[in-house]
Design a protein around this ligand. Structure first.
Ligand code: GLY
Length: 350
């Protein structure tokens, strides 16, 4: 599988034009949702190469990353003369890049596609790495293919309109990348001031964060081994996220990941002697900027049940990626129910 290089743009329109190349406008299909059509398309449309292109708009939100929206996209492509040489431009967050990548790479067995990530979370995670897909029968990303975008473009200016919560949600995945990489990255991520975001500094740490992900993906594009490092925090995190959807306080993905990271580093401390000092630094960061996730000991069984359904499990055992130290990754770890409940206790004690 060949890989795209994610570009953090200095001159978004010029770099978009370059990525589009000689493609004619009538063979370009820009995929948007209600939000990106309103707020991001007018910026991208400054590219003369997009004058007269097709615009597809699907409803916003992960609940619409489904087969109905995929059918709408395929129908539009089919009825408007798209072919293998056409180009799809996915303009949006992770939902749009996931479904856009999936529909583009399956339409007529695959057309060119470019991701333009408009959220920090999407930029640091979904847009890069070639995972595409849709949710199906209540399961996230149940149907999909590995098919990397030809180019991934990040325009930091899009992030300036995101609220603090959405910026923090993206930042959590950057914390994860630092933890699986080196002390240097970990120290640098901890120094970043979340109270007053400096977008120039964000740009430079985002660049390094994306390179960490690219290196991991390049080593193991189909997640047979080391790419599982990117699942750090996500076993507990997905359970918290799914649980939160049943309450009146649904959590943003990155918040659930941050709480998941905290539980999984505690598990790493218990099982692999991960340094307590670093665990406490993560705990401080989490409590300060992400608050806590409320649940009681009566919920432990249900949360545990959600963890056993995670797609990352090869068998009935719950699969974790843990750390023996910053950057010392241990994939394919398991834990007993008692150990998992101990993590819940520790997390709730604050
Ligand atoms: N989101 C994790 C990965 O791309 O593998």
């Amino acid at each position: 599988m060949s890989h795209s290089i994610t570009k953090i743009c200095n001159d978004f329109i010029a770099e978009l034009d370059q990525a589009i190349g000689n493609q004619t406008a009538e063979s370009i299909f820009v995929l948007t949702d209600g939000n990106t059509r309103q707020y991001c398309l007018p910026i991208a449309a400054k590219s003369v190469k997009l004058k007269g292109c097709h615009v597809i708009c699907i409803p916003f939100g992960d609940e619409n990353k489904n087969v109905d929206s995929a059918v709408e996209i395929w129908k539009y492509l089919s009825e408007n003369g798209a072919n293998r040489k056409s180009l799809m431009i996915n303009l949006g967050g992770g939902m749009i890049t996931d479904i856009g990548g999936f529909t583009a790479s399956t339409f007529k067995r695959g057309m060119r596609y470019i991701n333009v990530s408009t959220t920090l979370l999407g930029a640091v995670d979904a847009a890069t790495g070639g995972k595409t897909g849709i949710n199906f029968m209540g399961l996230k990303n149940e149907i999909g293919v590995f098919a990397p975008a030809e180019t991934v473009l990040i325009n930091i200016d899009f992030f300036k309109t995101l609220d603090d919560k959405n910026l923090r949600s993206g930042y959590a995945e950057m914390v994860k990348h630092a933890l699986i990489d080196t002390y240097v990255e970990w120290e640098s991520i901890l120094k970043f001031d979340l109270e007053s975001i400096n977008f120039e500094i964000l740009k430079s740490i985002l660049e390094r964060s994306i390179r960490i992900k690219e290196r991991v993906v390049e080593a193991d594009p189909f997640e047979a081994n080391i790419r599982k490092a990117l699942n750090l925090g996500h076993t507990f995190g997905h359970a918290f996220e799914s649980w939160s959807y049943k309450t009146d306080k649904p959590a943003l993905h990155g918040y659930a990941v941050m709480w998941g990271l905290l539980c999984e580093l505690y598990l790493s401390f218990v099982k692999l002697n991960f340094p307590k000092e670093e665990l406490l630094r993560l705990k401080y960061l989490t409590k300060e900027y992400y608050g806590t996730f409320e649940f009681s000991c009566n919920d432990y069984e249900s949360l545990f049940e959600l963890m056993t359904h995670d797609k990352k499990n090869d068998s009935k055992e719950i699969n974790f990626t843990l750390l023996a130290n910053i950057g010392e990754i241990r994939i394919n770890q398991t834990a007993t129910k008692e150990e998992i409940f101990e993590c819940f206790d520790w997390f709730r004690e604050g």
